[in-house]
Design a protein around this ligand. Sequence first.
Ligand code: PMP
Length: 437
Amino acid sequence: CSPAIAVAQILTERRKLLSPNLSISYTQPLYMQRGVGAYLYDHTGRRYLDTVNNVAHVGHEHPRVVRAGQRQMAVLNTNTRYVHHQITQFAEALLATAPASLEVAFFVNSGSEANELALRLAKTYTNQQDIIALQVGYHGNTNACVEISSYKFDGPGGKGASPRVHVVPLPDTYRGLYRGSTPDSAQQYAQPVNEILERLHIQGRRPAAFMAETIVSCGGQIPLPPGYLQQVYASVRTAGGLCIADEVQTGCGRPGKYFWAFEEQGVVPDIVTIGKPIGNGHPLGAVLCTRAVADAFANGMEYFNTFGGNPVSCAIGMEVLKVIREEGLQENALTVGNYLKLGLGELAQRFPQIGDVRGSGLFLGIELVHDPIAKLPAASIADYLANRMRTLGILMSTDGPDHNVLKIKPPMVFGKTQADFLLRMLERLLKEDGCKP
Ligand code: PMP
């Protein structure tokens, strides 16, 4: 049948067979058939440059990662109750990328599961229940994760924060509560955390944990003000809580200068959660924590995970780490990320619709506004750009509470040639009527 009929048929079947709250990108959905490096190919054979997919971290269907999975899959896959060298080798390699105080690894099957486990670890260690999280944060799809994700419970279908969850303002120095990056930004945004801790103290409670990303992805690629995590971590720890860094989107070399985004803030979390990139598309997540946190969790109740840490997943994760190192992908994220950010900054000088360009390495955000002074969010321009880009063969996504931020988080093999193409196409589209401020 014709390509259009094939898509229509699948859409009809999806409507019949799958849950209606699974969303689809684009009003004219894409039917992808193949991925290579930073490119995806649809069912008509058309090629698209992918600026969205931070899951295909080292490139779509990277041959070395595919082979590592195939090799192990052909020999053995089983759970962690049999000893196997793959899990210990992978744990050692992954822990070697993190600060020395993070000594123990858990392997799980998704970012949500990693955060779910992190919350359990913190609640067990502290024997407390209260969690502090950022406004517009997203941490996953399980009950406990949705409960701390203001992006969900404050959004459509949400029912607000539960009494044990405390949301602090998004530290957004572009359009947040305190605007303009100043030496006081960190302290201003850290103050609401202190107020929550004070309230808990008065009620005779202590926090179990503070959880945040270092560049808040669903918030619209918001980098935390310098020094913010140092101040917040210090206050939370003084109050007896643990500090959790969600690196599900930002980790594994994507920030360029650092392997983990929290390093940019000069802090060492008690727990780090890892997801998307580490399996390059294979369902793999991890939690790294201190020995003390892991020991408190080993309270007699067995922790069993049927799939977490199986030899196939570990072989894949290990190969992803090797490819990042051997192909210099963290360095590439730094060089190409800086180059692209500079180019976007130059476009922002000429096009007032670009209100802000931010982020690190290959984790960038472009905030669109109708007017740079009033900063009126331009969701219509972001949406126009994402859709027109698709017609030019570039995949882009939008996010942020006002849906006016274009996110750039491509496979890390994204090079200068691709950055130039993206910049050229953006410049062309920004001159079109649909992008008029
Ligand atoms: N944390 C963050 C920051 C995320 O962006 C996501 C997924 N978008 C998750 C956790 C949940 O990961 P997963 O979808 O793999 O369960």
